[in-house]
Write a protein that binds this ligand. Structure first.
Ligand code: GDP
Length: 418
């Protein structure tokens, strides 16, 4: 079976602008609903004398989720001819930011909804700012409820101009701005015959044009050593291939210790030895030389090593009630490695309501900030934009998780700084 391409999207918009309706319509118009689902909900509406709403589909999914009927509790799916989509829940601002920054949920693209009647609201601006902070760059804006604006091209143009200007002000761009009627399906899958003045793409065509998450296998090899087992005279290095591909005979570089050796064998648990292991696989490897390798070492190929540094900049989401302050020390977790670090500087604290940021001497509960972290030991890491796995970090106070974040490195070169 060949794996289909997958794009993870988040749908954001002011309450009542039509998010649930849009999702219901997307499911229906792409033929992704389980058989009989729509009819069951329509019959239920009839019995209760209620007008059918597309949003009821979402409510039905939600209640199945709450009752544990749907197996995958975090994600729902729809399909186009081109690929699969999963819609990531975007709960309140803080939860959304926390999930995205810590990597619990990751969107490749965003659909932003604006109500044609109400136009660009403060929340439409905040949502764009959050997406900008999170690095979501593939954006499609839908101007919904065009029926309430008499399908008027000039009303659409007015909203389009205002919002494009706002996006440009914060350094963003929307790939497409599309007039739709989510309730009736205009410009969702089928072009609308009520807005023939619009010549652009439908929503699903626009989404199909976006690029999906990086294929982890095509990235440079990253294999963090999780455990070292000794069998007879052999040492087996166990771990998961986070990205790239590992082959018998490959020369591996172990960072930050800078030792190299060749892969002598790849052993999979309860399966015959193999020649190749790819991103996502958990394997044990043996080397052609006896090196002292420990849990926490990161293996790569010599031509595509990780960044080695003892200072880096990251964007974090701060969890505890007590603020984060410069000078404080925590334990930094990078995959299987754990080392003490000190907060050197808070370069920018973000205010997601005011849409501003400034240097600060404290990051409050649930704050988002760009910070500089320094350790005594050398670290092996990547920028988030280069590797979605090794471009993330976690801070603990030794017991509890205190922050999750992404590595940007801005202004910090690939070298040791003291
Ligand atoms: P949400 O809060 O953003 O999820 O919004 P809903 O999807 O629940 O929609 C809010 C209201 O707007 C509902 O009464 C929908 O029927 C209505 N609505 C959604 N899309 C459209 C549309 O394209 N045209 C009109 N006239 N109403 C719509």
């Amino acid at each position: 079976m060949s794996l289909r391409d997958l794009l993870r999207i988040v749908i954001v918009g002011h309450v009542d602008h039509g998010k649930s309706t849009l999702v219901g319509r997307l499911f229906h118009d792409t033929g992704s609903l389980p058989e009989g689902k729509l009819e069951a909900i329509q019959a239920m509406c009839e019995r209760r004398g209620m007008r059918f709403e597309w949003a009821f589909l979402m409510d039905a999914f939600q209640s199945e989720r709450d009752q544990g009927i749907t197996i995958d509790t975090s994600q729902i799916w729809f399909k186009s001819a081109r690929r699969d989509y999963t819609i990531i829940d975007a709960p309140g601002h803080r939860e959304f930011l926390k999930n995205m920054i810590t990597g619990a949920a990751n969107a490749d693209a965003a659909v932003m909804l604006i109500d044609a009647g109400q136009g660009v609201q403060q929340q439409s601006r905040t949502h764009a700012y959050l997406l900008q902070l999170l690095g979501v760059r593939q954006i499609v804006v839908v101007v919904n409820k065009m029926d309430l604006a008499d399908f008027a091209a000039d009303r659409f143009a007015e909203i389009e101009t205002t919002y494009r200007q706002y996006l440009a002000d914060i350094g963003m761009q929307a790939a497409h701005i599309i007039p739709v009627v989510a309730r009736d399906g205009d410009n969702i899958v089928k072009p609308s015959d009520r807005m023939t003045w619009y010549r652009g793409k439908t929503l699903v065509e626009a989404l199909d044009g976006f690029v999906s998450a990086t294929d982890l296998t095509s990235l440079p090899l990253r294999f963090p050593v999780q455990d070292v087992y000794k069998f007879d005279e052999r040492r087996i290095l166990a771990g998961r291939v986070l990205s790239g591909r590992l082959r018998v005979g490959d020369r591996l570089l172990f960072s930050p210790s800078n030792k190299t050796a060749r892969v002598a064998s790849i052993e999979a648990w309860s399966a015959p030895a193999k020649a190749v292991a790819e991103a996502g696989e958990s394997v044990g490897i043996t080397l052609d030389e006896q090196l002292f390798i420990e849990r926490g070492d990161l293996a790569s190929h010599e031509e595509t090593p990780p960044i080695e540094t003892n200072v880096f900049q990251g964007r974090l989401f701060w969890l505890p009630n007590e603020p984060l302050r410069p000078g404080a020390s925590y334990r930094l977790r990078l995959q299987t490695r754990e080392v003490p670090v000190t907060v050197q500087e808070i370069k920018a604290l973000y205010d997601v309501e005011q849409l501003t940021n400034a240097p600060s001497d404290a990051v409050p509960h649930h704050g988002i900030a760009d910070v500089v972290l320094r350790s005594q030991a050398m670290l092996a890491l990547d920028r988030l934009e280069d590797n979605p796995k090794t471009g993330r970090f976690v801070l603990t106070d030794g017991v509890n998780l205190v922050a999750g974040g992404t590595i940007s490195m801005d202004g910090y070169p690939n070298q040791r700084q003291v």
